[in-house]
Write a protein that binds this ligand. Structure first.
Ligand code: HEM
Length: 204
């Protein structure tokens, strides 16, 4: 339930304040970083438990399946910002659990931290190339190809949650399942559209 509240708040802020978030993004990153550092030291909290990071990534995921229109446009304006913020809020979570499992020498005794680490490693190039001054160094095609990794990230995060296997698994399965179904439909729609165009070309 907490995740759905966070996701709704991030969606609403992204739509209502897209211009401001985009304009003041580096200040927001700095603030998020400070909050993350504070959350790292503290006892378990909504950030170090991974909920805030996951909520940002869910908004980034669903931004991609929104139908064209004003809402999608606003969400696309801050998609990079939401992805960057999600990764910044991941620091206390990854650091906390890595420290816990490595200290104990139990890192490889559970797939949860291992898959978590794989997800984090996939997120790093996506994070770096989400900054505009880095993105500019890539052609659109290169950047788009690299960002196909995002699907590997989403699948790895879902697997991470599957292996945690707690009472929230059903809601995670609905969120990730619906996303991949909508993405599948979108791909199918685009494929049929291209087929139709090709057919028309062949006729004329
Ligand atoms: C080095 C990387 C990571 C490590 C070592 C790690 C470790 C863990 C561990 C051990 C738990 C289970 C805690 C428990 O038993 O309740 C957990 C929970 C969680 N992890 Fe990760 N994780 C990592 C990366 C990620 C990433 C990339 C995400 C994506 C956003 C993520 C999202 C979550 C969430 C949302 C939970 C809480 C699930 C719930 O209780 O409903 N983690 N993580």
């Amino acid at each position: 339930m907490l995740i759905l509240i966070f996701v709704s708040i991030i969606f609403i802020l992204s739509i209502l304040l897209s211009k401001q978030i985009h304009k003041f993004n580096y200040y927001i990153y700095a603030l998020a970083f400070v909050i993350s550092m504070i959350a790292t030291g503290e006892k378990a909290n909504i950030i170090s438990l991974g909920y805030v990071a996951l909520s940002y990534f869910i908004v980034v995921m669903y931004t991609g399946v929104f139908d064209k229109g004003k809402t999608k446009k606003k969400l696309m304006t801050v998609r990079a910002e939401n992805a960057i913020l999600g990764t910044i809020f991941l620091i206390p979570h990854a650091y906390g659990f890595l420290e816990f499992y490595l200290d104990d020498g139990r890192f490889f005794t559970s797939l949860v931290p291992v898959i978590g680490l794989i997800a984090l490693l996939i997120a790093i190039p996506l994070f770096i190339t989400s900054f505009r001054f880095i993105r500019k160094r890539f052609t659109y095609k290169e950047w788009k190809t690299l960002h196909k990794l995002a699907y590997a990230f989403y699948i790895t995060v879902y697997l991470h949650l599957v292996f945690i296997d707690n009472s929230r698994l059903l809601i995670y399965t609905i969120i990730f399942g619906l996303f991949f179904i909508l993405k599948g439909f979108e791909k199918l729609k685009n494929h049929m559209k291209t087929q139709k165009k090709l057919k028309k070309k062949m006729i004329y």
